[in-house]
Design a protein around this ligand. Structure first.
Ligand code: C2O
Length: 545
């Protein structure tokens, strides 16, 4: 195993997109940021220096950070933010993970531009469980705002209404040639006839599920969220923000230029969204040219309609582990979390601060608790050193009242209660969580991400989860392992994991537009007799609040 050292300098740099130049927060002047390439078993130190004027943290999305929550990164959860002028070195080891992950800022909406790929190769000498591709290409799908993303967030926080949608989607930071002023910089993926490519696709968009496809080519899915899958072929894949999917593509089409494209999968009813398409170009060597010697226009793929839930559901349902896996069977914690939006009433009618539907302000919650992040310290530091008054451990294991989540939602549940509530898990407990979308305000797919763990996705369905009949349909043989899973719109998804990583671990919707409204909770996974004894001690340079 190797040791890697990287320096990340977070700084504002001019970035030109869609005909305008913006001062953008970057890492080492790059947007997207640098790709980290490591092997399973390697140790990594990333020294982050904050030269921007905003507080920031970096999260290593999907890394388990075994006994090492201090390197996880969500601000006020496992650390205080790195303040302007300060540095913090994230130190961690990759333990039994390989595939595609990514890193991103975990402070307000800075991850709109502060993100990059994290590629974990197998240990030296161990092959992929699929034919070795000729080339590998990370493709980070993103959202570009033609303004400062922090202003978009601030405005939404002020008005209480829906935030502005993005102005372009991007592939490796570039909108591609269907957008104004973007043709020259369109990402090109060169390929020779007969070669196979491994596309490592990441949805790093702030607020949007995305469909992804390559014109005229089959995609063979081999991995998702850095866990291998039983290979299957498909024309289109869907990724929620936070998710990654690796696909093999064979260049077996006539030599030409083909669009690689992504656009919205949108499930919220009547909500505005960015309905544009981002493209890169798969460019065959010796691509056919027109009579005057110019390359022919690339072929456009067919993408599903923005509201094609059937295609999205069918794709996700095909993901399986390659062989039988060890799913926990004796469940110690049977949890049922309802996730969704809510609305808070406004006291001042027609106020500019009440721009939600019918004079309200948007909120979001899990089990009717709208999560409030502390400010004075992080949850992890408070738990580790026993600082009282920062959080409570009464997060409800089930919804406050039973109701028809996909139909008549009682009015009382439209207005969530604010709180910093954690749920305590005993080290080693076998946990099942059923995540149920509510139809409060709208049915919607919520990409739910759990920090510090991989979990098995053992079942899902539409309508209300039925604890009497649905468990019979669970896949306890070869379910996929993931770190982020969509709650089907107006439906439910069931996950299981063993709570074998002590620390404070955030679980949240990876649509930042929902995270900042409170769609989050955190687990406190204790160890042994006392709290958190076997977590490694906090590093000396851990930032202070
Ligand atoms: Cu990728 Cu808490 O996030």
């Amino acid at each position: 195993a190797e040791d890697h050292f990287h320096e990340f300098v977070v700084e504002a740099k001019p970035v030109r997109r869609l005909c305008r130049t913006h001062t953008t927060i970057t890492v080492n002047g790059q947007f997207p940021g640098p790709t980290l390439e490591v092997r399973n078993g390697d140790s990594i130190a990333v020294k982050v220096t904050n030269r921007a004027k905003y507080n920031i943290t970096i999260h290593w999305h999907g890394l388990k950070q075994q006994r090492n929550p201090w390197a996880d990164g969500p601000e006020y959860v496992t650390q205080c933010p790195i303040q302007p002028g300060a540095t913090y070195t994230y130190r961690f080891t990759i333990t039994d993970q390989e595939g595609t992950l990514w890193w991103h800022a975990h402070s307000r909406w800075l991850r709109a531009t502060v993100y990059g790929a994290l590629i974990i190769y197998p240990r030296l000498g161990s092959p992929y469980p699929f034919p070795m591709p000729k080339r590998e290409v990370p493709l980070l799908l993103g959202e570009w705002f033609d303004r400062n993303p922090l202003d978009v967030q601030r405005l939404a926080a002020f008005t209480g209404g829906a935030p502005n949608v993005s102005d372009a989607y991007t592939i490796n930071g570039q909108p591609g040639d269907l957008y104004r002023c973007s043709k020259q910089e369109t990402i090109r993926i060169p390929v020779e006839s007969g070669e196979s490519l491994l596309l490592r696709v990441v949805n790093s968009a702030l607020n949007q599920e995305l469909f992804f496809t390559v014109a005229n080519h089959q995609l063979t899915v081999v991995s998702a969220d850095a866990a291998y899958t039983k290979p299957f072929t498909t024309r289109v894949i869907m990724l929620g923000p936070g998710q990654t999917t690796d696909v093999l593509v064979t260049a077996n089409q006539p030599p030409a230029r083909y669009y690689v494209a992504a656009r919205a999968y949108q499930t919220a009813q009547n909500a505005p969204f960015d309905n544009t398409t981002t493209t890169a170009i798969l460019e065959y060597k010796n691509a056919a040219c027109s009579k005057n010697g110019k390359p022919l226009a690339p072929l456009l793929p067919r993408l599903p309609a923005y509201n094609d839930t059937a295609t999205s559901t069918a794709f996700t349902a095909q993901l399986k582990s390659p062989s039988q896996v060890k799913v926990p069977t004796q469940i110690d914690e049977n949890l049922y979390f309802i996730v969704g939006l809510g609305l808070n009433n406004c006291t001042v009618p027609n106020s500019p601060r009440c721009q939600g539907p019918n004079n309200t302000r948007f909120a979001a919650s899990m089990n009717n608790v709208s999560f409030v992040f502390p400010r004075s310290t992080s949850l992890m530091q408070a738990a580790y050193s026993g600082v009282p008054g920062v959080f409570t451990t009464d997060f409800p294991p089930v919804p406050p009242v039973q109701f028809n989540y996909t139909g008549n939602v009682p009015r009382g549940l439209w207005s969530p209660r604010r709180g910093t509530k954690l749920y305590k898990l005993k080290y080693g407990a076998n946990v099942q969580i059923v995540l149920q979308d509510t139809s409060i305000v709208t049915t919607e797919d919520h990409p739910m991400h759990l920090h510090g763990y991989h979990f098995y996705v053992i079942g899902s369905g539409f309508g209300n989860y039925n604890p009497r009949t649905d468990p019979a349909k669970f896949n306890l043989i070869d379910p996929p392992q993931r770190n982020t899973i969509g709650t089907p719109p107006g439906g439910w998804v069931a996950i299981r994991f063993k709570a074998d990583n002590p620390g404070v671990w955030l679980m949240h919707c990876h649509l930042d537009a929902h995270l900042f409204l409170g769609l989050a909770m955190a687990f406190l996974v204790e160890n042994g007799n006392g709290p958190l004894q076997s977590v490694i001690p906090p590093p000396a340079d851990l930032p202070r609040c």
